[in-house]
Design a protein around this ligand. Structure first.
Ligand code: RDL
Ligand code: RDL
Length: 154
C-alpha cells in the first residue's frame, strides 16, 4: 500500500494536516504518516525524513506564510528548501502554501486554506494513482482554492 506523508505547521491558523488527511481518506485507501513542525522553514527536512526514513511515496508540505514582508521572504526560502528536498530524493513534495493575506477576512482565509489543501490532496492522489488524469487536465487553468482560471479562448 502506498504511503502519503503529511507535514504541516503550528504557525498556520488552520489545521491543514487534518483537512488533507480527511480528503485523502475519503478518496483512497493508503497509509498516512503525519508530522507537525513549528513553521514553514522546518518543512523541507520534515518532508525529506518522511521520504527517506518513513518510506513515503509522496509528501504534502502544508503551511501558511504570514502577511508581513519577512514572512514572504521566509516562504521563498522554505520553497527553495522544498524544491531541494525533491531533487535530493527524486520524489514529489507538493507545496500547499496559503498566504495569510490571500483571504479578505478570517472566514475567507479559512475557506481558502481548507479548499486549497483538499484540491492539492486530490492532485497528490492523481500523481500517485492516475497520472493520466492530470494529462487530461493539461492547460485547463486549474487553481486550488478560488475559481479556476480556465483555458484561453481563441
Ligand atoms: O526553524 C524555526 C523557525 O525559523 C521556522 O519555524 C520558521 O518557519 C518560522 N517562521 C518565521 O520565522 C517567520 O518569520 C514562519 C513564518 N515567518 C511564516 O510566515 N510562516 C511560518 N513560519 O510557517
Ligand atoms: O491567480 C490567483 C492565485 O492563484 C495566485 O495569486 C496564486 O499565486 C496563489 N497561490 C499561491 O500563492 C500559492 O502559494 C496558489 C497556490 N500556492 C496554489 O498552490 N494554487 C493556486 N494558487 O491556485
Amino acid at each position: 500500500m502506498p504511503t502519503i506523508g503529511i507535514a504541516d505547521t503550528t504557525f498556520a491558523r488552520y489545521n491543514m494536516g487534518r483537512a488533507a488527511i480527511d480528503e485523502i481518506q475519503k478518496n483512497v485507501s493508503v497509509q498516512i504518516k503525519r508530522v507537525t513542525v513549528p513553521g514553514i522553514k522546518d518543512l523541507p527536512v520534515a518532508a525529506k525524513k518522511l521520504i527517506e526514513a518513513e518510506g513515503c511515496d509522496i509528501v504534502m508540505a502544508l503551511g501558511m506564510p504570514g502577511a508581513q514582508q519577512k514572512d514572504k521572504m521566509c516562504a521563498h526560502e522554505a520553497s527553495q528548501g522544498l524544491i531541494m528536498a525533491q531533487l535530493m530524493t527524486n520524489t514529489h513534495i507538493i507545496e500547499v502554501f496559503v498566504h495569510e493575506d490571500e483571504g479578505k477576512d478570517e472566514k475567507e482565509l479559512a475557506f481558502l486554506m481548507d479548499k486549497r489543501t483538499r484540491e492539492h490532496a486530490l492532485n497528490v492522489i492523481k500523481l500517485l494513482f492516475k497520472p493520466e488524469k492530470l494529462i487530461r487536465e493539461a492547460g485547463t487553468g486549474q487553481r486550488q482554492g478560488f475559481e479556476d482560471a480556465g483555458s484561453l479562448r481563441m
